[in-house]
Design a protein around this ligand. Sequence first.
Ligand SMILES: Cc1cc2nc3c(=O)[nH]c(=O)nc-3n(C[C@H](O)[C@H](O)[C@H](O)COP(=O)(O)O)c2cc1C
Length: 253
Amino acid sequence: MKKFFFTFAVLVLTLGACTTQGNEGEKSTGTEGQDKGQAAIENIMSRTSIRKYKDQPVEQEKIDIMLKAAMAAPTAVNLQPWHFIVITDKETIGLLSGKQPTNAPLLIAVCGDTDKTTTPDGKMKLPDFWVEDVSAATENLLLAAHALGLGAVWTGVYPAMERVSEVANVLNCPQNIVPVVVVRVGYPDESPAPKDKFNEENISYDKFGGKKKLLLKSFKTRNLPKSGFLVFVFSLIRRGRCGTWLACRCLPG
Ligand SMILES: Cc1cc2nc3c(=O)[nH]c(=O)nc-3n(C[C@H](O)[C@H](O)[C@H](O)COP(=O)(O)O)c2cc1C
């Protein structure tokens, strides 16, 4: 059995090497793509809330990028039911800080627009998905801020209705514009470590309480017809997964 796996590993690795050697251009694009993917994941994993800021304004170009990132978020039926209020006026920042004073040079109030919760044909009024839409936009905004070397923190408004009225009053919001979050942004003047929140207990597989299945662990070579097996192997090579597959099948644990 060991002999079989060894021969198979050599075969797969040789084939894998052949396919990548054959097209250098494709190889570099793949690596570039992987680097970008890695950078995106690292940006997500290293973000943390920043609450102290340098006395330094945030450039308009960076504000524009954060707003574009925010509006790239998914929304129910693509209704984009949101409005962003960018605040740099010190007095307004003071009024919005409420019980949590801040030295942030920039606030962005991320609001829901309840006039944009009906489908364009007027046939369907959505339930309160706008809250999720605005939250997705806020997370994008936080991640963009972090990627731009800025620090930010989400301060919650909706559904604390007292706070909603307070913020809406300061910002002169009409009835349909509901402040959900006030994001504080600035150049970081503190460097807290990101929190490790990964907890396997918060995950189920297939059904609540279902145990973890290892990737491809349940794959049984003996039960597959030969042609199916070859298709599987070649699809792994094409997707560059042979390493993962071999690791799962051949390495202990
Ligand atoms: C809905 C919501 C409301 C929050 N409200 C506040 C807030 O009022 N003040 C504050 O300092 N942080 C607030 N935060 C930030 C959280 O405290 C912070 O995200 C959490 O402690 C996890 O830390 P991390 O962002 O560094 O990962 C809020 C976050 C969320 C998602």
